[in-house]
Ligand binder design. Structure first.
Ligand code: HEM
Ligand code: HEM
Length: 468
């Protein structure tokens, strides 16, 4: 239990270079995200249990078809977005060596996002939905609320970078600024409906889904990692150029891969082939990013074993490489014929959204919050969080991946559908067991974050002090 031996820093103080307003704003975003993490996880657990006991909790608003989008939207827009943007606001301000342009704007944006996620939960549970359009099931007024918050935060971040006190734009900010530009475009493309007829709707759905995960969560998570990793290792990033290469190729390849969600569909064959070719091209940004991070870790095994932050970041980086490489393989026609429509994809999405995104968020939070508040989490609590989450997600992903493989082979062999259900059922139980461990880790994480909350008094800023 390596992580259990992590220790607190006896001389840790809250950084005097960060204003109390910034400390409160960052912590508010992170605490808000954690609230939605707990709620979204509860819905995920109920959804998982329902696959084994379909007759349990037989009320319409807890039916599988309603709680599934509640789970995904709460965790996408509530947990992952609020947490990553909370960290990004701080990173942008520190790396630009200037206070955040208008903290109030981000406060309003947070309020809009809370309202959107809450209304989204209530309407989806109540049955008001735009139908099977993943991650854009919210009815449009709710999307407008979320989109407005996105624009406010985007303006704030752009203005902060524009007013930076240093010449260059640090690599983290490229990724973060890019994420805001793309996601504003994405929301507009996804929600303006007049041109989305027939197959056009399906093509936009594919574009929306993967550009959402690739140009929002991935870009923000990589941006945050380019700041937290060198800070925690106390050494520069291995290569700035690899970071730039990753940024441009991410933009080039990610935005064209959406149709790989609909291989063998009636979408024109050339577009399906293009999406597969670009999915292979994705290996350039994925491996220039993960290679860069892993080479930054090189020769620092002691630092990893002595830190309670770095194991989260290392797991997140490995999760990014593993999920993305798996995604590229899944896009090939020869593999997709077995895996499409099966639980294999659910394994991929949890490996990515949890093994990559959530671990990077936790690494970022444990790295940055103690600097802001001068308070560390209990080391035992961090160890329990890490191992419960890691063991939980490993059980989840392995079991559901196996279920997907059995389903796929059974369907290709044209066995009766019920055979594939019987084959997958034990694995669904294992998924729930993994899910319980993950849920437990989230409760422990919430307690840890609470232990790091700001004191009533936070020192006032001295911008000359402290490196970015
Ligand atoms: C090289 C990078 C990646 C490639 C080529 C890739 C490929 C794929 C493919 C082919 C599917 C659809 C499978 C099917 O339905 O047949 C898929 C689904 C998915 N991927 Fe990826 N993936 C990549 C990285 C990621 C990352 C980094 C994330 C998250 C941050 C992610 C999140 C998801 C999600 C959530 C789904 C499920 C979408 C849905 O049907 O609801 N992927 N991916
Ligand atoms: C940060 C945590 C999590 C995130 C971001 C997340 C994300 C997602 C995503 C993207 C999907 C859609 C999968 C797809 O269609 O390919 C999904 C579905 C699902 N998730 Fe999660 N999830 C999280 C945690 C959990 C936990 C702890 C459980 C508990 C067991 C869980 C159970 C489920 C279930 C049952 C589904 C529906 C799968 C199906 O349609 O068969 N998730 N989740």
């Amino acid at each position: 239990m390596v992580v259990l031996r992590r220790f607190a820093d006896p001389v840790l103080r809250a950084s005097s270079a960060v204003s109390s307003e910034m400390v409160r704003l960052t912590c508010l975003y992170l605490l808000s995200a954690t609230l939605w993490l707990l709620i979204g996880t509860a819905f995920g657990l109920i959804a998982a249990l329902k696959l084994n006991w379909p007759d349990a909790l037989a009320v319409p608003w807890l039916s599988f078809g309603r709680i599934r989008p509640v789970h995904t939207n709460t965790l996408f827009w509530g947990w992952s977005s609020m947490a990553l943007v909370g960290l990004a606001l701080y990173v942008v301000s520190r790396t630009s060596r200037t206070p955040l342009w208008r903290p109030q704007l981000s406060l309003i944006a947070l309020g809009l996002w809370h309202l959107a996620v809450l209304l989204g939960l209530v309407t989806l549970a109540g049955g008001a939905t735009r139908g099977p359009q993943e991650y854009r099931e919210w009815i449009w007024p709710i999307a407008v609320l979320f989109g407005s918050g996105l624009v406010l935060n985007g303006i704030n971040i752009f203005q902060t970078v524009a007013k930076r006190q240093i010449n260059e734009i640090y690599i983290s900010n490229w990724y973060i600024l890019g994420a805001f530009v793309w996601t504003a475009t994405l929301f507009t493309t996804g929600y303006v409906g007049f041109y989305q007829q027939g197959l056009g709707n399906t093509i936009i759905q594919g574009y929306y889904m993967h550009t959402g995960v690739g140009m929002w969560f991935t870009q923000l998570a990589i941006g945050v990692t380019y700041y937290t990793l060198p800070r925690q290792l106390n050494r520069p990033i291995y290569s700035y150029s690899l970071g730039v290469l990753g940024f441009w190729t991410n933009m080039l390849f990610y935005t064209v891969i959406g149709t790989h969600h609909f291989i063998f569909s009636p979408i024109p064959w050339w577009l399906q082939t293009t999406s597969i070719v670009f999915s292979v091209g994705m290996m350039v940004p994925v491996w220039s990013g993960t290679g860069n991070f892993l080479l930054t870790f090189r020769g620092a095994p002691r630092a990893v074993s002595r830190s309670y932050t770095l194991p989260f970041l290392l797991t997140g980086v490995i999760g990014y490489a593993a999920a993305s490489t798996q995604g590229t393989l899944e896009a090939f026609k020869s593999a997709n014929i077995y895996w499409h429509f099966t639980n294999f994809t659910v394994g991929h999405s949890h490996l990515a959204m949890y093994g990559f995104i959530a671990f990077i968020i936790w690494g970022g939070i444990y790295a940055l919050v103690p600097r802001l508040t001068g308070r560390e989490p209990p080391p035992v609590g961090v160890g329990v969080h890490f191992w419960l989450a890691l063991v939980g997600v490993t059980i989840y992903v392995l079991s559901i991946t196996l279920a997907g493989i059995w389903q796929g082979f059974s369907w290709v062999a044209e066995e009766s559908f019920i055979r594939s259900v019987e084959a997958a059922e034990p694995m669904w139980l294992w998924r729930s067991i993994g899910g319980f461990l993950m849920a437990g880790s989230h409760v422990v994480f919430a307690i840890n974050l609470w232990a790091m909350r700001p004191r009533a008094e936070v020192p006032q800023p001295t911008w000359a002090e402290g490196a970015a």
